[in-house]
Design a protein around this ligand. Structure first.
Ligand code: NDP
Ligand code: GDR
Length: 344
């Protein structure tokens, strides 16, 4: 039986990847950090929390000894490093924590692999945020990097360390440069889920308005379940490499709001920045979408669109879900959850 470790198993991708590996017959060691209250809602919602082959193990990515013990006790042959401080906005206020978890955390695992078993295959969750300021359209594995946030810089360090361990120590280190991928399991602080959850609440009369930052930002959004399949494929080939996973389509945040409102069958009342609220008729049944500068970032990534040609050619990977299908899936999940009275 194959054994794999997933760091960040409590997150969006960790949950979908655990589900995939369990379906493939793996024994999965789902690694999570200790918190005052456990955060298992995603693995519970997916119904895998009691799976006999899922072992939830406590550790911390910032602690090398904890990473070494994780590898020793599990005897895993594949490690998927998905744990990170993954929110770009927060990274501007917590650059050091972000560097420690998102950057150095990956090196703790690479060192643990070098010490415990150098034949372990390692997947690093790299990101399109490393491209940052537009240098080339579409972005590929050879596009120059120009990260625009402490998160992007930390991820770039981890990406290059993965390549360095590949070249210096012969570690099978694969790096997936994944463009934004979303799902009903997305955290509520990320813009797509913030939009679908807010629209569900507004539709049900539980919230009055949706406030966003830069609605002109454009992203290449795919479905998370497709992307974890690509991660797995990267560790099944003969040689470790770097791959872009993307849909090759880009849309603005504003477009996503329109799409979500269409899925929820509700009209939009757009407001500009600082527009007066007095006298506004909130009984119109429309979603009020307003700009709040507190959601602007000190430096923005304006446009991302990836070309996944290498992944298609070498891994046989392709996205299967359109943005409209993804958006509808998220809206429906949030309507259902809010009707049932809970939404994480
Ligand atoms: P999430 O934010 O949903 O999950 C992040 C996970 O990391 C959570 O399980 C979190 O645990 C865990 N974590 C954070 N800090 C630590 C720590 N110190 N020790 C151990 N675990 C920790 O992210 P996603 O699932 O969306 O993304 C997975 C990975 O892929 C991340 O590395 C992200 O940066 C990267 N990525 C994501 C993309 C996307 O669009 N989703 C695109 C490209 C890359 P807890 O639940 O306790 O907070
Ligand atoms: P991103 O995702 O920064 O691309 O990182 P996020 O959804 O946070 O932002 C996308 C774009 O939307 C704009 N935006 C807002 N964002 C948030 N969160 N909240 C708002 O109110 C809002 N209004 C406008 C942002 O400015 C941005 O341009 C995600 C994370 O999953 C990373 O971990 C991952 O590496 C990248 O995707 C690829």
């Amino acid at each position: 039986m194959k054994k794999a470790i997933i760091t960040g198993v409590t997150g969006q991708d960790g949950t979908y990847l655990a589900e995939l590996l369990l379906e493939k017959g793996y024994k999965v060691y789902g690694a999570y950090r200790r918190t005052a209250s456990v955060n298992f809602w995603r693995i519970q919602e997916m119904g895998i929390d009691r799976h006999p082959n899922l072992h939830l193990v406590e550790y911390d990515l910032t602690d090398l000894s904890s990473c070494i013990r994780l590898l020793q006790t599990s005897e895993a042959t594949e490690v998927y490093n998905l744990a990170a401080q993954s929110f770009v906005g927060v990274s501007f206020d917590q650059p050091i924590t972000t560097a420690e978890i998102t950057g150095l955390g990956a090196v703790n695992l690479l060192e643990a692999i070098r010490i415990v078993n150098p034949s372990i295959r390692f997947y690093q969750a790299s990101t399109s945020e490393m491209f940052g300021k537009v240098q080339e359209i579409p972005q590929t594995e050879s596009t120059p990097f120009y990260p625009r946030s402490p998160y992007g810089v930390a991820k770039l360090y981890a990406h290059w360390m993965t390549i360095n361990y590949r070249e210096s120590h012969g570690i099978f280190g694969a790096s997936g440069i994944l463009f934004n991928h979303e799902s009903p399991l997305r955290g509520q602080e990320f813009v797509t889920r913030k939009i679908t959850d807010s629209i569900a609440k507004i539709k049900l009369g539980k919230q009055e308005r949706l406030e966003l930052g830069n609605m002109d930002a454009k992203r290449d959004w795919g479905f998370a379940k497709d992307y974890v399949n690509g991660m797995w494929r990267m560790l099944q080939v003969n040689e470790p490499d770097t791959y872009v996973l993307a849909t090759n389509r880009t849309e603005s945040v504003r477009d996503f709001v329109s799409m979500a409102c269409k899925a929820a069958e509700i009209d939009i009342d757009w407001r500009g920045e600082g527009e007066e609220e007095t006298g506004v008729d909130t009984s119109s049944g429309k979603v009020i979408v307003a700009v709040n500068p507190k959601f602007y970032r000190p430096a923005e990534v304006d446009l991302l669109i990836g070309d996944p040609a290498r992944a298609k050619e070498k891994l046989g990977w392709e996205p299967t879900t359109t943005l409209e299908e993804l958006c509808r899936m998220m809206v429906e999940a949030d309507l259902r959850r809010n009707q049932q009275g809970f939404s994480f």
